[in-house]
Design a protein. Structure first.
Length: 407
């Protein structure tokens, strides 16, 4: 139940890795241009399939680097602060990597993150942002905002933002609008080209099941295909037709392809190929339809067993779901906020073979990924959680309620 952190291994991954190891051993350097996945094209042969998942044209997508590296590369072009417009809008609970990247870019341009980094926070007593508050902030501060960079799907709360509305609002105020799609890609339906998003970045090891350290992805809208913005350049950004001429005269690829720096690792690429093979057997729309039902079933069972006023709750532990109840505002993840520190409960769940992740002090994130989780998995998870809470309760009989309750 942890696809939000690291997806499972597709069955064909080992085949693809072994195939490339055998190619290396048998053909050496010739492997760059041999086989179904030539090393010199291993990123490009996956572009079309990846583009379908993010709602883009193939030439708008590149598979390269890591997420934060891609974010920095695109910010070199798209964060160009001025005295009037120098602010970046993010969530207060954006993933730390995004915070670090934003702060460093702001400092590198001579500005102060305390002034130039605008952080959106939920209203007091609430756990996720209201869409109207996001749009209101853009309307109020948009003239000073150079870049809006939100998580398409918020990693902590599991909230799925209305990316189309945010993009429209940001553009109306003259802002560049971009998204970190780490928790959205392979999880929810995306239409990056249609929505007019300027750029986006994502990793491929969560819902995309590419394995730890898999190559990341980047999107650049076709309207920026021939931009002459500042950018960091490397050999792999040269057009393939002239890349090996070694003339030292850059023949820059248009669009996102020109942002590629170095040749990609074949071993970090082929696991993505294995996962895309699975995604090609279905559609994001069908996966999303199943996901809505899976997550809804999980929500029903959790409220039945663990809501504060549930007649089924037998122990002095309850939880609140800190993720929007509207299926349109969430993906496959529910963030469970317990009334007690949850480390003991999480430990009991792991002993019983359930894998999910924790966020101190009292949140457990649960993500039934529709591409491999079933309704039976959701049912079994709830039964294990009941048993884990019972075991936790029995292990702490001498502790007072006031020592545990965070409410």
């Amino acid at each position: 139940m942890c696809g939000n952190s690291l997806g499972l291994q597709p069955k064909k991954t080992r085949f693809y890795v072994d195939q490339e190891l055998n190619k290396w051993g048998k053909y050496g350097v010739h492997g760059h241009f041999l086989g179904d996945i030539p090393w010199a094209f291993c990123d490009e042969v996956m572009q079309a399939d990846m583009a379908k998942i993010v709602g883009a044209k193939p030439e708008e997508v590149a598979i390269m680097n890591g997420l934060t590296v891609n974010l920095h590369l695109l910010m070199v072009s798209f964060y160009r602060p001025t005295a009037k417009r120098h602010k970046i809008l993010i969530e207060s609970k954006a993933f730390p990597a995004d915070h670090y990247a934003m702060e460093s870019q702001i400092r590198n341009h001579g500005y102060n993150p305390m002034v130039s980094l605008l952080c959106l926070s939920p209203k007091e007593g609430e756990h996720y942002l209201r869409q109207e508050d996001v749009l209101k902030r853009i309307e109020e501060d948009g003239d000073e905002i150079a870049l809006i960079l939100l998580g398409g799907l918020q990693y902590f709360s599991g909230q799925f933002f209305d990316m189309e509305a945010i993009t429209k609002a940001g553009h109306a105020k003259g802002c560049v609008v971009a998204f970190d799609l780490a928790h959205a890609v392979g999880n929810v339906e995306l239409k990056l080209n249609e929505w007019g998003v300027d750029f986006a970045v994502w990793c491929n090891y969560k819902y995309m099941n590419g394995g730890a350290g898999a190559l990341a992805g980047a999107f650049l809208h076709e309207k920026h295909k021939h931009n002459n913005y500042p950018k960091l350049l490397g050999w792999w950004g040269n057009r393939m037709s002239t890349r090996f001429h070694m003339s030292n005269e850059l023949d820059l690829s248009p669009g996102i392809a020109g942002y590629r720096i170095s040749n990609p690792s074949i071993m970090a690429a082929v696991p993505i190929r294995a996962s895309l093979d699975v995604f090609n057997k279905t559609s994001i729309a069908d996966l999303r339809a199943k996901s809505v039902l899976l997550t809804g079933y999980l929500e029903y069972l959790l409220k039945r067993e663990f809501s504060k006023d549930s007649i089924h709750r037998t122990q002095d532990v309850y939880l609140e779901i800190a993720t929007p109840s509207d299926p349109k505002q969430r993906g496959a993840q529910l963030s469970l906020m317990f009334s007690v520190p949850m480390a003991g409960i999480h430990s009991q769940m792991m002993k019983r073979g359930v894998v999910c992740d924790e966020r101190q002090p009292n949140v457990i994130r649960v993500a039934p990924a529709p591409i491999y989780n079933s309704f039976e998995d959701v049912w079994r998870f709830t039964k294990v959680l009941c048993a884990s809470v019972e075991a936790f309760h029995n292990e702490t009989p001498k502790r007072k309620r006031s020592d545990l309750d965070l409410d």
